[in-house]
Design a binder for this molecule. Structure first.
Ligand code: 3PG
Ligand code: MG
Length: 399
């Protein structure tokens, strides 16, 4: 595909699809601007080239126009980050927007209103996409986190833009994913955690084709523990997936993939900071208790398994880490992965939060901005947002 650095954007009108789907508090203050910072290299490059920069994103999942889902707070934060006025446009298509676009000067930056205020966005509507591309010379996709959605601003727009390319963030996401899963230095170790096995099952099945070792933590481990014949008390468990869990373990064995489950856990009488809790082996989980985190022996075991790793891919926490009493397993894993000699790639919102909490952000090779998009890559899927750019490139080889 084509990348931003291969495109002449000097004084051109450049439309950048970004993912500014950032968390806001009750007063609509941005609580985490990681996703805004992640696209600064792309925006700054365009400004260095005196391009006219139009930014577009979704925020949340509005059903029609909704002032609580406006991108206006993002324009203020972005202005501060790039030390430049970012004009907020309270719509994303239509004659008013068109007029504003036409008046732009080189070096101007616009942020359009939430694309999802129009149903055409999620419907991948061609007419909506065509209107977004009116007056645009170059379309840049730098919205990895929404790459798994075949939405108009990610997919259909590539039918109408004269030139299409990937921005620096999307480029890096693709590059690091390639290094971790498609052409990894081995041993390759995947660590998968989180609450629900149902949402990660497809990823686990695909990972078995790629990895040398698979480490499972979080509440999803409970289903495996139960599948082995042990009791998990009142823990979260998916009884409908016990057979799948068994099959996964036997596939791992057949393929020679080393499969690691917790050997001990923290159990509590409720998922509360003040709950009574203690360490127990997975063979001795009390009937009325809940598994809330991995135990100290599991931390040691998982760390042993990481010792010779040259690549580590991680998605999902080891326990209910948002509750301090049950955060030790996840935080210990953050430190262990951070200190490993491997290339370390992490995706998913919860894991990202845990890494920030542990203060180890700078020790990871790459932290993906994607949640769902990252998981779909782990599932072995091609993302519609990336496919659209590849298809555009195939059609315009000489462009
Ligand atoms: C995300 O936060 O996962 C992306 O911005 C995509 O949002 P969506 O799940 O609402 O499509
Ligand atoms: Mg999502």
């Amino acid at each position: 595909m084509k990348y931003l650095q291969d495109v002449d954007i000097r004084e051109k009108t450049v439309f950048i699809r970004v993912d500014f789907n950032v968390p806001l508090d009750r007063n609509r203050n941005i609580t985490d601007d990681t996703r805004i910072r992640a696209v600064l290299p792309t925006i700054n490059h365009c400004l260095d080239e005196h391009a006219r920069v139009i930014l577009a994103s979704h925020l949340g999942r509005p059903k029609g126009p909704d002032p609580n889902k406006s991108l206006e707070p993002v324009s203020r934060r972005l202005s501060r980050l790039i030390h430049k006025t970012v004009e907020f446009v309270p719509d994303c298509i239509g004659p008013e927007v068109q007029k504003i676009k036409q008046k732009m000067q080189p070096g101007d930056v616009l942020l359009l209103e939430n694309l999802r205020f129009y149903p055409g966005e999620e419907k991948n509507d061609q007419d909506f996409a065509r209107q977004l591309m009116e007056g645009v010379d170059v379309y840049i996709n730098d919205a990895f986190a929404v790459g798994h959605r075949a939405h108009a601003s990610v997919h259909a727009v590539t039918l109408f833009a004269p030139i299409c390319a990937a921005g620096f963030l999307l480029r890096d996401e693709i590059l690091y994913f390639h290094k971790s899963m498609e052409d990894p230095a081995r041993p390759l170790v995947a660590i998968i955690g989180g609450a629900k096995i149902s949402s990660k099952l497809t990823a686990l099945i695909n990972l078995l084709k790629h990895v040398d070792k698979l480490i499972i933590g979080g509440a999803m481990a409970n289903t495996f523990i139960k599948a082995m014949g042990y009791q998990v008390g009142k823990s979260l468990v998916d009884d409908s997936l016990l057979d799948e869990a068994k099959e996964l373990m036997s596939t791992a064995l057949q393929k020679g993939v080393k499969f690691y489950l917790p050997v001990d856990v923290i159990v509590a009488d409720s998922l509360d900071n003040r709950a009574e809790n203690r360490v127990t082996t997975i063979q001795e989980v009390p009937a009325d208790w809940i598994i809330a985190d991995i135990g100290p022996a599991s931390i040691t075991l998982f760390n042993e398994a990481l010792q010779d790793a040259r690549t580590v891919v991680w998605n999902g926490p080891m326990g209910a880490f948002e509750i301090e009493a049950f955060s030790r397993g996840t935080l210990a894993m953050v430190h262990n992965v951070a200190n490993s000699f491997a290339l370390t790639i992490v995706g998913g919102g919860d894991t990202d939060v845990a890494i920030h909490k542990a203060g180890e952000v700078n020790k990871f090779s790459y932290i993906s901005t994607g949640g769902g998009a990252f998981l779909e890559l782990l599932e072995g899927k091609k993302l519609p947002g990336i496919l659209a750019l590849e298809e555009w490139h195939k059609k315009h080889q000489s462009a």
